[in-house]
Design a binder for this molecule. Sequence first.
Ligand code: HMG
Ligand code: MG
Length: 320
Amino acid sequence: MTESIPAGLPMPMHVSGLPARVRIHEVGPRDGLQNEQMVVPVEVKADFIRRLADTGLSTIEATSFVHPKWVPQLADAEQLMPMLKGVPARLPVLVPNERGLERALALGVREIAVFGSATESFARANLNRTVDESIAMFAPVVARAREARVRVRGYVSMCFGDPWEGAVPLPQVVRVCRSLMDIGCDELSLGDTIGVATPGHVLALLSALNEAGISTARLAVHFHDTYGQALANTFAALQHGVTTVDASAGGLGGCPYAKSATGNLATEDLVWMLHGLGIETGVDLGRLTATSVWMAAHLGRPSPSRTVRALSGTTSYEEQ
Ligand code: HMG
Ligand code: MG
């Protein structure tokens, strides 16, 4: 697959003011597979994560310790984690509450993510809680995780728009972000769960968070490509100084409790842009594309990633 990348492309052209290196937080095995109709066998999931680590990805979100009835696609978390021993990557998992944390700690997990919402509608749909009740649910989780020296990411979904409530006011997002920082999260990931953000909105939110005392170094961005804005939004975030970007191999995923959410930004599309900007990622794009082609065959549908399609030269998983 590597040789299918045209020699010398993308040609690195630096833009001043951008970071020299970006850490990609790969969410395909969790955010991607949670949204698939089919339940992917646990052996395939483990193989997927090993292959992703082999591409050079340093952070791979592996699974969720949520209620198995809420996300049956990830109900095999207890089987999966022991299969990942020795994988050379950070392997964070989603944890909504103390029950989830106990399950994760029992398996030796070293990084977790709690996942809040900027809107009441999504907090209710995703967590069966109000926004404030969700923060109250997370507080003892974060405290216990920190005691155990487990790193904690805080997701904030619906930072830009919400399918039930429309545009989300900046102060509402800032309030939730501030609360997650105050309970002790190490990092926040700003989710455009339904993919409606545009670059000016991204810059406005990042500035509003800085004004609220949250430094850019502690912020990651999580874009969905519903309206084709994910890379433009990423570029804006890079210009603001963000150096952690979430993406999903092959563009897998959406969100089971937000029907209008289409795929996450594809990791291959992100890597193509970053390498074109001369930004280091440590990722081998050829290997990554081969992994997404392999996964597409398991899922029975082609990857929506433009880069995967261009590099594999097809639009059908059968031909891939
Ligand atoms: P609930 O029904 O309110 O739960 O759900 P509860 O606290 O009332 O407990 C009910 C029962 O569930 C109890 O059992 C608990 O023990 C059990 P019982 O006593 O009745 O026998 N239970 C659990 N079992 C296993 N693991 C657990 C757990 N917790 C409770 N962790 C709950 C509340 C939070 C559990 C539920 O709403 C849930 O699991 N939600 C998760 C939904 C989810 O994973 N959504 C997708 C992730 S978010 C996302 O994708 C967005 C993001 O990617 C960013 C973006 O894209 O923008 C992050
Ligand atoms: Mg997502």
